[in-house]
Design a protein around this ligand. Structure first.
Ligand code: HAM
Length: 421
């Protein structure tokens, strides 16, 4: 039997992990610049949480969830996104009662959606997400968008556009819902079964139907922005004014409704035309979700956030430079006695903070020199018969190719000096 990774999953091999680490490092640095701390929630949650939070008419919930029963018959789902888990943990840990009203957190980790795999789309993928809970202010919406823009800029992504829209508050959405129903009612029989079901329950979801996407009625559908209540409009106007003041380029995209149900007010996406991703790829998106915390049993708490797909950022990340810094020393023993000594030396060197590797394959110097090269070792520590007898190592500077005999007890200070420590 030959085993292969399940469809839609990939192995990140050691050669690629350096680039992943680099990406994660950049994201963590940006989070720290925005004073956003990490929060880790479980990778699986009770299914009911996602039905409630993400919405049981969304594609994510109806078609894409990895749901199973655990041994006690509880329905469990691998998280398809991060916001629901953060909101659940925020309520469960009473974070709304913290002295600081605004809680700003980020998360980074795997998410699971049963989708058709293609470039930049997997069944197990990774997100970097940010959630800001507790304060309903357009300033916080803009802080989120600024942070998202900082990410794409830091990664050198080209041809990216910030698309924004407003779904408004409850009052706006009620009016919009009615307008949508009036609009789609006459053509309902043309639309797919799913759309018919959505018509009563959640007509907004008709707009992201993939089957009927080309139907004429989709193009002429009413726009959320025309149904905003006065206060929702004021919120959105302030968001736009702040973006203008900060000289951020953005497009008001009245078709943007997002695929998850918890949104209200501002929604946004970062769309890239970078040729590596294919035209119009969404690298990240988010928005405000003022009703979510209450929906899942917490006190009324506003929130706003976004998430990036890390695979998409990885594809886009310009990365020609070699990030592999290499090791400080590669120990090259010949024979068992030398290997025993090499073990001792490597232990001492590592305890002193050096990065060290050693040959265990029992090869001759020729093969070991090749490894030293591949590992980009600054120094090779040669331990042959003579060295063992004389209680010294031959330290070779792999750049200058110069070699020097160094007594065992002086190796640490020799390397410290050589590496400028
Ligand atoms: P989302 O738009 O569903 O939002 O996902 C955010 C990003 O995750 C997408 O823009 C995309 O880059 C990436 N993504 C989604 N599905 C896949 C997939 N199958 N393979 C690879 N990448 C994928 C959310 O998940 C919200 N929780 C964002 C948010 C946070 N809103 C408020 N706070």
């Amino acid at each position: 039997m030959k085993y292969s990774a399940p469809r839609g999953t990939v192995d990140i091999l050691p050669d690629a992990s350096g680039k992943w680490e680099k990406l994660e490092r950049i994201l963590r640095t940006i989070a720290s610049n925005y004073h956003v701390k990490e929060m880790r929630t479980p990778i699986f949650e009770h299914t009911e949480l996602f039905n409630r939070a993400v919405g049981d008419t969304t594609d994510v919930v109806t078609k894409e969830m990895y749901t199973f029963e655990d041994k006690k018959g509880r329905s469990i789902t691998l998280r398809p996104e991060g916001t629901a888990g953060i909101a659940r943990a925020y309520v469960e840990n009473k974070m709304y009662a913290l002295p600081e009203k605004l809680t700003k957190v980020f998360y980074m980790g795997p998410m699971f959606r049963y989708e058709r795999p293609q470039s930049g789309r997997q069944r197990q993928f990774h997100q970097f997400g940010v959630e800001m809970l507790g304060v309903e202010s357009p300033y916080v919406d803009v802080e989120c968008m600024m942070m998202a823009i900082t990410v794409v800029k830091a990664l050198g992504l080209e041809n990216v556009t910030l698309h924004i829209n407003s779904l408004g508050d409850e009052e706006s959405r009620d009016a919009y819902r009615k307008a949508l129903q009036d609009h789609f009612r006459p053509v309902l029989s043309d639309l797919c079964e799913d759309c018919n079901a959505r018509f009563e329950k959640n007509p907004l979801r008709i707009l992201d139907c993939k089957v009927d996407a080309k139907h004429e009625a989709m193009k002429t559908a009413p726009k959320t922005i025309d149904y905003l209540s006065e206060s929702a409009k004021a919120h959105f106007d302030k968001v736009c004014a702040l973006l203008d003041d900060l000289e951020v380029d953005y497009v008001i995209d009245t078709n943007l409704v997002r695929g998850l149900d918890y949104y209200s007010h501002t929604v946004f996406e970062i769309i890239s035309d970078d040729p590596k991703l294919g035209a119009g790829a969404t690298v990240g998106g988010g928005g405000r979700y003022n009703g979510l915390v209450e929906e899942i049993g917490g006190p009324a708490t506003p929130g706003v956030g976004f998430a990036f797909g890390l695979e998409r950022l990885m594809i886009a990340l310009n990365d020609n430079e070699d990030d592999d810094e290499g090791i400080d020393a590669y120990i090259m023993p010949l024979g068992e006695e030398a290997r025993d000594l090499g073990m001792q030396i490597s232990a001492v060197l590592r305890a002193n903070g050096f990065s060290v590797d050693m040959d265990y394959a029992g090869r001759g110097f020729k093969g070991q020199f090749k490894s030293a090269d591949r590992f980009k070792a600054t120094y090779s520590l040669l331990l042959g018969e003579d060295e063992v007898k004389g209680e010294y190592v031959n330290i070779r500077d792999n750049k200058t190719k110069e070699q020097e005999q160094v007594p065992f007890e002086d190796i640490v200070s020799y390397l410290e000096k050589g590496l400028g420590l």
